[in-house]
Design a protein around this ligand. Sequence first.
Ligand SMILES: CC(C)(COP(=O)(O)OP(=O)(O)OC[C@H]1O[C@@H](n2cnc3c(N)ncnc32)[C@H](O)[C@@H]1OP(=O)(O)O)[C@@H](O)C(=O)NCCC(=O)NCCS
Length: 194
Amino acid sequence: MNITITRYPEKRLALETDRLILRQWLDEDYAPFARINDDPRVMEFFPQLLSRDESDELANRCRELITERGWGFWAVELKGYGDFIGIVGLNAPQDRLPCSPCIEVGWRLAYRHWGKGYATEAGSRALRFAFEALMLNEVVAFTTSTNQRSREVMERLGMVNKNQDFDHPALVPDHPLSKHVLYAISRKVWKEKY
Ligand SMILES: CC(C)(COP(=O)(O)OP(=O)(O)OC[C@H]1O[C@@H](n2cnc3c(N)ncnc32)[C@H](O)[C@@H]1OP(=O)(O)O)[C@@H](O)C(=O)NCCC(=O)NCCS
């Protein structure tokens, strides 16, 4: 896939859904994000929990990319409450993957906000941005094959398994989380669905 878009001009943009706001990061998001990254239930399918410094570094990277490009892994806020509940958004993976170069949609929510449809709602808004604002032809998603909840979000969004399972290059091949599945949705299929 050819990816020519590197930035979106509306840098102060926030995306809205019925219940959520996807927006640029604020300083006050860093502490709740660190709690998410230190929760073994949330991090079950990641190689390790993140320390406060590692979590802050990740938040800084997300924030800088949004400043630079106008899009990325947005901070997700519950409308009307102002609570930071996690991250959802778009990313250009730097690892060499079967889909590279590609743009992925991804999500990580605080445990107490699971089971309410927020990841699907925010993911759907991120896809709309990918296809209507960035004019991408395809968006992918990938996760370790045993991460059923994440796979179900992909399926609810209309993404299909490309049957191109791969060992994640950042993990040793016999690592229990190494096997990944790759899902995708094309602009054409997205238009038919939405
Ligand atoms: C992946 C993750 C975001 C999915 O969260 P989730 O809560 O399962 O997914 P959603 O937010 O879309 O919610 C869907 C659930 O909410 C329910 N729901 C309740 N109210 C709803 C509403 N108003 N609208 C839609 N769904 C609703 C759905 O029925 C569904 O329930 P089920 O899981 O019992 O089938 C979450 O598990 C997570 O953060 N995991 C850790 C991070 C991670 O692994 N990220 C992916 C790495 S690649």
